[in-house]
Design a protein around this ligand. Sequence first.
Ligand code: G3P
Length: 218
Amino acid sequence: MKFFVDTAEVSEIRELHEIGLLDGVTTNPSLVAKSGRDFKEVVKEICEILPGMPVSAEVAATDYDGMMAEGKVLAALADNVVVKVPLTLDGLKACKHLTDQGIKVNVTLCFSANQALLAAKCGATYISPFIGRLDDLNLDGMELIGDIRVIYDNYGFETEILAASIRSANHVSQAALAGADVSTIPPAVLKKLASHALTDKGLDAFVKDWKATGQSIV
Ligand code: G3P
């Protein structure tokens, strides 16, 4: 499974990339607003940190012409920009036409299998089902990931399933089990994936026992 980090905070992206965990980045208007940075500047900076890795940047327009105009500007910022459009009829049309022009598109705000089917038919590179927001409504976000996996496999669609709105470590493993191609994960959740109480306990014991030997390795 590929890991994208879901943030517009450059310091967090650098830190996780240095560990070697990242395959890409997703941003959205809310995350850009939270960063307080200029949108285009921050996208360019992220693209430079992760050359060749996909970096999703979302259009602000909601009409087809506006999305096309903004999508082209965003795609010109760097080779690795993926233009993110909302799952509306205008967004699907923009997805189709941007894709036809060789621009990669991430269709976001997906909440149903039918929406995911339409995005694949319009050539989306990624479909972003929002797991956490479905769970918030007492629905089953993970079931949606599984349904999309079956539909895409039934018809050989190459659109990658990008599990989004991930809120917990369990969401990541469940999305992997359900067959998502990618999870986009908030930095704090990504770091939590490494932790386990028994790892900490076992390491404490090893450190204590090693000290008792009085030896050093270097
Ligand atoms: O990738 C989309 C994600 O950022 C939305 O997450 O937690 O706002 O539902 P959330």
